[in-house]
Design a binder for this molecule. Structure first.
Ligand code: HEC
Ligand code: HEC
Ligand code: HEC
Ligand code: HEC
Ligand code: HEC
Ligand code: HEC
Ligand code: HEC
Ligand code: HEC
Ligand code: HEC
Ligand code: HEC
Ligand code: HEC
Length: 494
């Protein structure tokens, strides 16, 4: 029995030695030796996605990974290149990552193949201050050893780690000074104050991080029209998450912001008319500190562009009334994502008028009266402007000189626009002053145009009478000539 056992042990040890030798000959000798000399790169590499795919140290550094001898394996003849630097770093990576033959055929990988071409044309592909090399190489964001899939929590480009990876450079004033001293270095700090940044720090990988808004390999300057954060493209970038109903449901958030915004007066101005003065999502929410503006700051947000409206509102009776009731200043009447063009329909106490939401003859009656008066004034101003325009046009068609009246029409229009803004004073006399100025001018213009038209008719009658006289004169002249001719003819015959 004992003999049997020792036989088995001898056989087992023999097989084990053979197996070990077999393994050794296919093992990465670079790794073996570098592990032995306690090179930290070797330790990192054992957790690397490249190691898992059978790559060796020589796949990037060159050399002969089957040789145990240091000199042999790291000889120039075997293609050893030492430590790559500058653009040579990215070339090492793109030798595989840009090649379908390598990635698809050899490794059966489905990864995109555009990292190098994207990086080259991105802002990070520009020349670094070191000269002759790009600002960022693949390893600036990915590291060189210990690279893992982007879905792995320990990857430097995992959504939870991206902010720190970008901030290595972007939070360093000293580093960026050489490139562009005007470029802010507060993105990470601000980001950490945003809803996105707070959730990201708590481990939520679904919120926006730097790469979700800027891209990764194809990042462009914010002012470049092709950039994902350029005003006309930004709403779509935010919408990539905020229009995703399934994602937003998890946070109990609506997913209609982009849709509403696109239909709003602002969305149409920016996205269709390319009016860069109209707000994109970030003008109201901030770039990096994206939060919904609080009740008290909404008017400040709107007021950055609509300064006059905000000023009037602040001095109006609504200011205190709205603050007490915690009503947002502009949003209460105009909403926020679906702000539509303001029309006179909003004003007054009829159907569609916002004032009637709160003011009735019983409830807050003073406002009810004022709203009704304002609407009456606005309507009469509009009607008298229409009348003046028609009169001026008629006079013009009749060839009368109306340059002066045309000029005054602009004054009426101006008063009408001003009165719409002055609604926000919610003060009858202030409003009346502007509206009545417009009414006065339009009365004058209508009168002047009417006079011109009257003059035209006066001239027309004059012309008619004159031509009647001329015609009858011509007829009698003709008859007179005929008579003379006849007399001459009869005289000649006799
Ligand atoms: C028998 C041991 C041994 C083997 C095998 C070996 N190396 Fe090395 N390697 C070293 C030592 C020792 C150094 C020098 C370390 C130092 O200078 O601090 C070194 C240095 C390096 C360096 C840094 C060179 C520099 O210029 O700083 C790289 C890169 C490297 N080895 C890669 C490789 C690769 C790739 C292979 C396989 C093709 C390999 N090594 C095989 C022992 C080895
Ligand atoms: C995916 C490509 C890749 C693989 C595989 C790789 N390296 Fe590197 N290694 C690089 C690059 C690129 C650098 C240049 C430094 C940098 O940009 O971080 C580098 C730098 C080094 C350095 C010098 C860095 C220092 O700390 O001074 C050593 C040593 C080194 N590698 C050893 C190894 C060893 C040993 C292995 C295998 C265990 C290995 N590398 C595998 C790409 C690779
Ligand atoms: C010899 C070819 C080769 C070289 C050289 C190479 N890689 Fe890779 N790389 C691969 C393969 C193969 C994979 C795994 C593909 C897969 O999982 O589909 C990979 C995976 C990756 C991944 C993980 C992608 C993901 O999220 O799943 C990153 C990141 C990466 N490589 C970056 C680099 C960088 C940076 C360099 C240069 C320092 C480099 N690679 C050099 C072949 C290479
Ligand atoms: C400015 C930082 C940065 C640089 C430079 C960079 N990457 Fe990336 N890379 C990222 C980020 C962030 C991601 C993850 C997000 C994504 O997939 O877009 C990523 C993802 C990847 C992936 C996985 C792609 C996928 O779709 O699954 C690969 C492969 C990769 N990078 C390779 C490279 C190579 C090769 C280079 C050099 C040519 C490079 N990267 C340069 C930031 C960078
Ligand atoms: C190696 C350092 C480095 C890393 C890492 C890096 N950047 Fe940059 N980035 C720069 C430099 C330098 C500039 C160019 C500044 C200039 O010339 O205006 C720049 C420019 C930019 C710009 C354009 C700024 C503008 O002019 O509007 C954006 C956006 C940007 N980076 C975002 C990112 C993001 C997002 C990441 C992470 C995925 C990242 N960067 C990682 C160094 C870096
Ligand atoms: C929610 C989307 C979003 C996120 C997340 C985001 N950015 Fe931005 N980023 C923007 C917008 C929008 C702009 C400004 C566009 C403009 O000026 O019109 C911008 C501008 C920049 C600029 C140009 C300089 C400046 O500050 O105006 C840099 C650099 C930059 N971002 C880097 C980063 C970095 C680094 C991170 C991660 C810490 C990050 N961004 C996260 C949307 C974002
Ligand atoms: C990668 C996906 C993603 C992108 C891109 C994105 N967001 Fe978000 N955002 C989220 C998620 C998820 C939340 C919910 C976080 C929570 O409530 O915990 C959120 C929350 C917000 C909130 C706070 C909502 C609230 O009331 O809590 C605002 C405001 C916001 N985002 C604005 C923006 C703006 C503006 C942009 C574009 C500049 C943008 N987001 C881009 C995913 C994204
Ligand atoms: C004109 C200013 C303005 C613009 C433009 C704007 N928002 Fe808002 N947004 C607001 C205000 C104000 C609130 C706060 C609503 C409240 O709390 O009553 C808000 C709230 C939000 C919220 C919180 C949830 C909700 O719907 O109330 C998200 C998410 C959001 N906005 C995303 C966006 C996105 C994405 C865009 C671009 C497509 C955008 N916003 C454009 C002003 C704006
Ligand atoms: C970045 C500047 C900007 C911000 C911020 C902004 N707006 Fe505007 N807004 C505009 C511009 C420009 C137009 C004119 C669009 C057009 O008609 O072409 C406009 C149009 C309007 C109109 C229609 C005006 C009309 O004549 O019919 C209303 C109402 C309005 N905005 C309300 C708001 C409210 C409420 C907010 C805050 C929640 C706000 N705006 C924030 C720039 C801004
Ligand atoms: C109580 C309701 C109400 C509030 C609050 C309100 N508005 Fe208005 N707003 C109106 C009405 C009504 C009109 C339309 C007047 C008309 O066309 O006759 C209007 C018209 C406008 C117009 C177009 C006329 C113009 O001035 O060019 C803008 C822009 C505007 N509002 C912005 C704002 C801003 C910004 C705020 C916040 C400071 C605000 N509104 C608060 C009721 C309101
Ligand atoms: C969201 C509700 C709300 C809307 C909409 C609203 N108001 Fe008011 N308004 C109030 C409140 C509350 C007061 C405070 C005085 C009160 O309680 O009677 C007030 C006061 C006023 C006052 C001052 C009355 C006084 O007692 O001196 C005027 C004028 C006024 N509103 C006009 C308007 C006009 C015009 C509109 C439409 C463009 C309008 N309001 C829309 C709630 C509203």
């Amino acid at each position: 029995m004992k003999k049997m056992w020792s036989c088995r042990i001898i056989l087992f040890t023999f097989l084990l030695t053979v197996f070990e030798q077999q393994v050794a000959s296919t093992q990465d000798q670079c790794l073996v030796c570098h592990e032995a000399i306690e090179d930290k790169n070797a330790a990192l590499f054992k957790g690397d996605v490249h190691f898992a795919n059978g790559l060796t140290c020589a796949s990037c550094h060159g050399g002969d990974a089957t040789k145990e001898d240091a000199e042999e394996s790291m000889s120039k003849n075997a293609g050893f290149m030492g430590v790559p630097s500058g653009n040579a770093i990215s070339s090492v990576c793109s030798n595989c990552h840009s090649s379908a033959t390598v990635m698809v055929k050899k490794y059966n990988s489905l990864l995109p193949l555009d990292q190098m071409s994207s990086l080259t044309s991105s802002v990070h592909g520009e020349s670094s201050t070191k000269g002759g090399q790009r600002i960022a190489q693949c390893t600036s964001c990915h590291g060189a050893h210990g690279i893992v899939s982007k879905n792995n929590r320990s990857s430097s480009v995992h959504p939870l780690n991206v902010p720190a990876t970008c901030a290595k450079c972007h939070s360093s004033a000293q580093y960026l000074r050489d490139y562009n001293p005007a470029l802010p270095v507060d993105q990470l700090d601000k980001y950490r104050t945003s809803v996105h940044g707070k959730q990201n720090a708590k481990g939520d990988a679904s919120v926006a991080e730097c790469a979700s808004c800027h891209g990764s390999h194809d990042i462009l300057p914010a002012a470049d029209v092709r950039s994902r954060v350029y005003a006309t493209t930004l709403p779509k970038t935010c919408g990539s998450c905020h229009s995703n109903t399934n994602l937003m449901r998890k946070y109990a958030l609506p997913s209609d912001q982009l849709e509403k915004y696109s239909r709003s007066v602002h969305g149409i101005a920016l996205l269709e008319k390319k009016d860069l003065g109209a707000p994109a999502c970030n003008d109201c929410h901030g770039n990096h500190g994206a939060v919904p503006p609080g009740v008290e700051s909404i008017s400040r947000v709107c007021g950055t562009c609509h300064a006059l409206n905000a000023e009037l509102f602040s001095a109006s009776p609504h200011k205190k009334a709205f603050d007490q009731r915690k009503l947002p200043e502009c949003e209460t009447c105009h909403s926020h994502h679906d702000v539509v063009a303001a029309t006179d329909k909003l004003l007054g106490v009829g159907k569609g008028a916002v004032c009637a939401w709160c003011h009735t003859p019983e409830k807050a009656p003073k406002g009810f009266e004022v709203a009704r008066t304002m609407r009456l004034l606005v309507d009469s101003l509009q009607a008298s402007e229409n009348h003046a325009v028609l009169r001026v046009e008629e006079a013009e068609q009749k060839g009368m000189e109306v340059g002066e009246a045309r000029f005054k029409l602009r004054e009426i229009r101006q008063a009408r626009l001003e009165s719409r803004t002055n609604v926000h004073s919610f003060n009858e006399s202030q409003f009346r002053e502007v509206a009545e100025r417009g009414l006065a001018v339009s009365t004058v213009v209508s009168e002047e145009a009417t006079q011109a038209i009257d003059q035209y008719y006066f001239r027309r009658w004059g012309l008619l009478i004159a031509s009647l006289i001329i015609t009858s004169l011509a007829i009698s002249l003709y008859a007179f000539i005929r008579r003379i001719e006849k007399q001459q003819a009869s005289r000649a015959r006799s």
